[in-house]
Design a protein around this ligand. Structure first.
Ligand code: H79
Length: 598
């Protein structure tokens, strides 16, 4: 006999379910927020949704090798990591001759990849200027055999393709200059005059970029430092005069940017209003590394793009051309493949905002007035999409790009859409649901949909209700160097009262294996924990995975703790908590995974 699972009376209808009042603030070690001012210049940016980032500099010529050593991780940091003397590193310029660079071709690939804006490194932390600068001789025209300004051509080629063009500029770090931030292996920290650096290089160069390359969409600042709020304001004002419509990224510092950037390779856990951007690189490095072949697949890119869009943001994806000016073959191939997907399904990305219903076992949603786009990443095994919470009057449901209506019906609060046995795109087929009237914004709803028709249901604690001291924290760490990962975990669970409660909307009865995905330090291992659903209890002991250190991979264990049975569809609460008062926090819980058992 299975225990009968009691329905939760509290959660008797969708409208009274717990809805997050405001999006969660993400702690981050280098991101600052934006100024939140109303800004008409943000309109193009907010509807663009997909941008291309390009890291290109002397590090691209090195390709991840300095002397006899190969480096992994962020290739544009190679000078810093090798502590290469500035004078010696500067000699790389003497052989930097990117004859393979073809602005027209770059812009054409960008166009066919479906990006609406392009941001390229004018100067990264290494201090080398990839454009014709009068401020220094350490630039591509004066210091290399190439002798030409590739940025002039690229700016023109992008405009021809109707792509907004922008520059990345590292305004504080400059390992080539005695007064620039960061190089302490050649220059004494105590002797640095950052003001002098801003006055003599940074600001004059930013002025060149804002003067000589036509209308810029964005100046993408990175790594603020050395300036007070007032000094930053003065700098921004002096630059804005040159191009009042140009957007500045939030990494200009002190919350003075026009839109918000998250950390490198970070997507916020919950939908967020306003203008913001996630940045990712195609492989592990931003700058070209010859031996870095860990490229994201077209499916990965399409999922990343639709996931970011479903939360209301832009994705700017990076490619690292080599020292000859050629893009990695996989980057060309997979970006063009993404572009093909966008040709068909772009309506569900461009000009959209976050989805009005929460993430589903099958995928995510994006929206426009009167339209909900359903991004199907995972087809249910019964070919029926069952969705709770659609309260608008549906007028039609179609596969995007076809005129063939899909059959749908409403049963209670659920909408059931009949899918064809095979979807046209196994990576992400998008349905368009058109409706009249208002659709309630349920994007912050805590409830997790559980269905037996998917291989597994993954639930982040970000959506749990936190009792006692339990809370959530974003853990940041890298595998190699600068290839940041970010995982939100539940923390501070030491007492049975520090419980996580996951409100579930279960669509089908069944047995489910409960798998806890967590990190646990050795000292916290073997502590007793408990998963409960009604009267059912799954006791477990924590297992060690290793410590957390931002410069080490954070290891997670997928620990199967038992089976629960659900008698009938409905609303339930699943809780995870310490079984007794423990000395240490139970673990850092990243996900609760439910696997339907056959
Ligand atoms: O251009 C790419 C990166 O090179 C750049 N942002 C993206 C778009 C970036 N620069 N710095 N960071 C990202 C943050 C780096 C922080 C750290 Fe470190 C580098 C932490 C560990 C290594 C600096 C050096 C702080 C500690 C050691």
């Amino acid at each position: 006999m299975f225990h009968h699972v009691k329905k939760l009376l509290l959660l008797s209808s969708l409208t009274v379910m717990s809805i997050r009042s405001s999006a969660q603030e993400m702690p981050d070690m280098w991101t600052t927020g934006a100024n939140n001012k109303a800004n008409p210049n943000l309109e193009w940016f907010k509807s663009a949704k997909f941008g291309l980032f390009i890291h290109w500099g002397l590090y691209s010529k090195l390709g991840g090798k300095w002397k006899d050593s190969s480096y992994y991780g962020s290739g544009e940091w190679i000078m810093n990591r090798a502590k290469a003397p500035a004078a010696e590193y500067a000699k790389v310029a003497q052989t930097f001759n990117p004859t393979g660079f073809n602005a027209e071709q770059w812009a054409e690939i960008a166009k066919n990849s479906g990006v609406k804006y392009l941001v390229i490194t004018a100067k990264h932390h290494e201090g080398f200027s990839m454009y014709d600068s009068k401020v220094t001789d350490f630039d591509i025209v004066d210091a290399t055999p190439y002798k030409k300004d590739p940025m002039k051509e690229l700016a023109a080629a992008c405009r021809k393709q109707n792509i907004q063009f922008g520059f990345y500029y590292s305004q504080f770090l400059d390992w080539h200059e005695p007064n620039g931030g960061g190089n302490k292996w050649d220059f004494k920290e105590a002797e640095k005059d950052y003001q002098q650096y801003y006055r003599s290089k940074s600001v004059p160069q930013l002025k060149e970029l804002l003067t000589n390359y036509g209308k810029l969409g964005i100046v993408w600042f990175d790594m603020p430092g050395g300036l007070t709020v007032d000094q930053t304001k003065i700098m921004i004002d002096s630059l804005r005069k040159l191009q009042p419509n140009c957007l500045f990224s939030s990494r200009v510092g002190h919350d003075l940017g026009d839109y918000r950037d998250f950390g490198d390779s970070e997507v916020p856990p919950t939908p967020i209003a306003g203008a913001w951007e996630s940045i990712y690189t195609h492989n592990d490095s931003w700058g070209y590394i010859q031996h870095d072949l860990n490229f994201k697949s077209p499916r990965d890119i399409i999922h990343l793009l639709s996931n970011v869009a479903s939360k209301g943001g832009n994705l700017m994806l990076n490619v690292g051309p080599d020292g000859n000016g050629r893009w990695p073959e996989y980057s060309i191939k997979y970006l063009l493949e993404t572009g093909k997907w966008l040709k068909k399904y772009g309506e569900s990305i461009y000009g959209t905002t976050y989805g009005l219903i929460p993430a589903q076992p099958w995928g995510v949603t994006t929206s426009k007035p009167g339209k909900l786009y359903l991004h199907i990443w995972q087809q249910p095994d019964n070919n029926q999409l069952k969705i709770a919470g659609i309260n608008a009057n549906i007028t039609s449901v179609r596969i995007l790009g076809t005129t063939q209506p899909l059959a749908w019906k409403k049963i209670g609060s659920e909408t059931i859409i009949q899918l064809p046995a095979t979807l046209p795109d196994a990576r992400n087929t998008v349905l368009i649901m058109e409706y009249k009237g208002q659709q309630q914004d349920l994007s912050q709803l805590h409830t997790q949909t559980v269905s037996a028709h998917y291989p597994e249901i993954t639930m982040s604690p970000v959506w749990a209700v936190f009792n006692g001291a339990a809370s959530t924290k974003s853990f940041t760490y890298s595998h190699y160097f600068g290839d940041w990962k970010h995982d939100n975990c539940a923390i501070n669970m030491t007492q049975p009262t520090d419980a996580l409660v996951f409100p579930l909307q279960v669509q089908e009865a069944g047995d489910f294996k409960v798998v806890l995905d967590y990190n646990c330090e050795a000292g916290a291992a073997t502590q007793p924990g408990l998963v409960t659903l009604g009267a059912q209890q799954l006791p477990f002991l924590t297992l060690p995975t290793g410590t957390y250190d931002s410069h080490q991979p954070m290891l997670f264990l997928q620990h199967a703790v038992g089976v629960i049975h659900i008698d009938q569809p409905g609303e339930y609460n699943l809780t995870v908590k310490p079984a007794k008062a423990n000395k240490k926090e139970l673990f850092r819980l990243r996900n609760v995974i439910l696997q339907p058992l056959q």
